[in-house]
Write a protein that binds this ligand. Structure first.
Ligand code: GDP
Length: 345
């Protein structure tokens, strides 16, 4: 039976990929976890009794641990979703971001080259690599112009993946995934921050209790959001193609953070009015109680204002297309957060 190692398995993408592979293949899945003093297994609780799912200890910051796991498992596929994945935090932890998102990729490639050169390797790439974009939408030929320590580390990883692919004939790739979201998205990311906070405010309104507003940074920036479950299929198709090639996966649609907020408020049925503009913009309930205020603390030292992907090559070569629509994605995330709060009461 074929074996797949997935790093970052406790996160959104890792856990969704494990679900996808358990459903669509008969492969054995090795979910790589890093020891933490707090439990972060909520996304994989449902997998613990699954006979084809095994947890292995692997720390991406320790080359020996990467090598040991690769030698023990002898995988057919290695999917690296483990990362410091939050762009905003990469200015606070640039070194940790670099070690985890760039250096670790080289350690994985070295172990694959030495111990299992037939293993197919996927590294999580990002639209943040395009950064300060020169045209819209961006496709595979857009230059790399990162704007954050996170984006720069992902670009470094992309180069070393290509160098290993070309030097050693490895099946090693790094797709460009645009923002992808869902109920398992971490609460630091703007989409989940919005849906979880609006669900919290809705509960407070229903219970007749006072609430603190949601605080956001720059709500004029625009992103291309895809359902994360749709992305897993695209990555698996990329990994199983005849030739190793990197593809853009995206929805091809651009929405501002403001639009995401509006759509969430629509799902919640909270009536709102808007006051002020940009940094002074406020969303009010009953024309007086703030639901959302802009807090410049959440602005970034450098911003990527607009990211929109052109996935036509993936469509042509792999037959991949996103299925879930923007409105349905927002609703799914809001409903999940609302239900989570309801079941906690
Ligand atoms: P990213 O595209 O990987 O950085 O994903 P995020 O969800 O973290 O951020 C998307 C966009 O939302 C960026 O342009 C942020 O500057 C913007 N944004 C505005 N307010 C916030 C906020 O409070 N938190 C986060 N994470 N992003 C925010």
């Amino acid at each position: 039976m074929k074996k797949v190692i997935i790093t970052g398995v406790t996160g959104q993408d890792g856990s969704l990929m494990a679900d996808y592979l358990l459903k669509n293949t008969d492969y054995e899945i090795y979910g790589a976890i890093r020891r933490l003093s707090v439990d972060n297994h909520k996304n994989i609780l449902h997998l613990k009794k699954e006979p084809r799912f095994t947890l292995v200890n692997l720390d991406l910051n320790d080359a020996h641990s990467i090598r040991d796991v690769i030698m023990d498992v002898d995988p057919d596929f290695f999917i690296n979703f483990g990362a410091q994945s939050f762009v905003g935090r990469s200015w606070n932890y640039p070194i940790q971001t670099w070690i985890t998102d760039a250096d670790a990729v080289l350690h994985i490639l070295e172990s694959i080259r030495r111990f299992c050169p037939d293993c197919r390797f996927y590294n999580a790439g990002s639209s943040e690599e395009f950064g300060n974009v020169i045209c819209t939408p961006q496709n595979e030929s857009h230059p790399l112009r990162p704007q954050s320590p996170y984006g720069a580390a992902k670009c470094a990883a992309r180069h070393i993946v290509r160098v290993y692919r070309e030097s050693y004939n490895l099946y090693a790739i790094q797709g460009w995934l645009f923002n992808h979201e869902g109920p398992r998205r971490g609460q630091d990311f703007v989409t989940r921050k919005i849906t979880s906070n609006i669900a919290r405010i809705k509960h407070s309104i229903e219970s007749g209790i006072a609430f603190e507003p949601l605080e956001l940074g720059n709500i004029s920036t625009k992103r291309d959001w895809t359902d994360a479950t749709d992305m897993m299929e695209g990555i698996w198709l990329m990994l199983n193609a005849e030739t190793p090639k990197n593809y853009v996966l995206s929805s091809g649609q651009l929405h501002s953070i403001r639009e995401f907020l509006h759509e969430t408020l629509k799902c919640s049925n909270i009536p709102f009015s808007i006051e002020g503009e940009d940094e002074n913009e406020k969303y009010l309930y009953k024309n007086k109680t703030p639901i959302m205020v802009v807090n410049p603390e959440f602005y970034r030292p450098a911003e990527v204002h607009k990211l929109c992907g052109d996935y036509s090559l993936a469509k042509k070569d792999l037959g991949w297309e996103p299925k879930v629509k923007f409105q349905d994605l927002v609703k799914k995330m809001y409903d999940n957060d609302y239900e989570l709060l309801k079941s906690a009461i």
